[in-house]
Design a protein around this ligand. Structure first.
Ligand code: ADP
Length: 309
């Protein structure tokens, strides 16, 4: 996986904004072709990293390579092979999907009308918008607009596709349709999905990283990370007033409401007390364990010690 010839390599990238916010702190990631999830809460630094990869802003320090291209110094060459679906983008509401895609294809350098027609038709079919191609974009639902954004981003067959928080505003059916579309994209390009929604990554990504406060907390394969938590997550149904006491005694990774009560998940190598029952861990447990500092380099060290290395 390291330094794959078609992959993306990010080394020691840092970024501090003029207002003093350190949005990225020594970020290093090796991203192979295929779907890669960048998971983190709001404000973690995801968009900053995505905009940097998309050559829209420069890091203060560090190197980024896409295959044999240097992303910081060879911006033009990277842009030719980049598709970027930002968190928010405007469309011309009075244009139809077909007209606007054709327009963007011209901007992308597709000057032959016949070639454009072939490309736009293929993309409108791939994104399931062919039947709506004559409709004005102003009347599109959130999901249709996002799929149109993917069609635009895929113009020119990018080697790197960046999709920033794409499912945030979608209803459940639109979300499934959108994730299905992403899952069908080629294995030969790098597709980075940045999101705060754990389920997006769980359903789609073979590799992922968790970021918070500008730092990478965990770089892992979701299935392996879940397996590493086996036997370490415990749950208890409790009531809100007893939560502070539980918090003092245990490493609570998450607390959520369940039928008016509070369900807590606790990280512990052994059963904390008889009131807790074991949980089959999932990626949400990985995420919250990482955010609360239970999972990451420290736990890996514990495992090494456990097997006596
Ligand atoms: P995310 O995409 O994970 O929500 P961002 O990269 O947007 O995170 O933001 C990371 C941090 O940097 C936040 O504290 C945010 O307020 C700050 N930030 C983002 N963009 C700017 C900017 N242009 N100027 C100053 N601070 C910014």
């Amino acid at each position: 996986m390291k330094n794959h010839p078609l992959g993306l390599s990010i080394r020691n990238v840092s970024k501090r904004y003029a207002n003093g916010v350190q949005a990225l702190h020594n970020v290093s990631l090796s991203i192979p072709p295929g779907m890669y999830g960048l998971l983190g809460p709001n404000g973690a630094g995801k968009s900053t990293l995505m905009r940097t990869l998309a050559t829209l802003q420069e890091p203060d320090a560090g190197q980024i390579r896409l295959g044999d291209l240097d992303v910081v110094s060879q911006k033009e060459a990277v842009r030719e092979t980049l598709g970027y679906l930002p968190q928010e983008f405007g469309v011309y509401p009075k244009a139809s999907a077909e007209e606007l895609l054709d327009y963007f294809a011209v901007l992308k350098g597709l000057t032959s009308r016949a070639q454009r027609r072939e490309t736009t038709e293929a993309l409108l079919r791939q994104t399931n918008l062919w039947d709506q191609r004559k409709q004005k974009l102003g009347g599109f639902s959130g999901g249709m607009k996002q799929r149109f954004g993917v069609a635009v981003a895929l113009l020119g067959n990018p080697r790197l596709l960046i999709v920033d928080e794409p499912t945030a505003g979608l209803d459940p059916a639109e979300r499934v349709r959108f994730l299905n579309l992403l899952s069908e994209l080629g294995e030969n390009s790098v597709v980075i999905l940045s999101t705060h929604i754990v389920a997006d990554v769980a359903e789609l990504c073979a590799n992922m990283a968790i970021i918070n406060q500008g730092q990478i907390l965990l770089e892992a394969q979701p299935l392996e990370a879940v397996a590493a938590l086996q036997g370490r997550i415990w749950r208890k149904l409790t009531d809100k007033p007893t939560l502070p006491a539980l918090e003092r005694e245990h490493r609570i990774i998450s607390a959520k409401l369940l039928s008016g009560r509070t369900l807590v998940h606790v990280y512990s190598p052994e059963r904390p007390d008889p009131g807790f029952e074991p949980v089959e861990p999932d990626l949400e447990d990985v995420y919250f364990s990482a955010l609360t500092g239970c999972f990451g380099p420290a736990i890996e060290q514990q495992q090494v010690e456990a097997v006596g290395l």
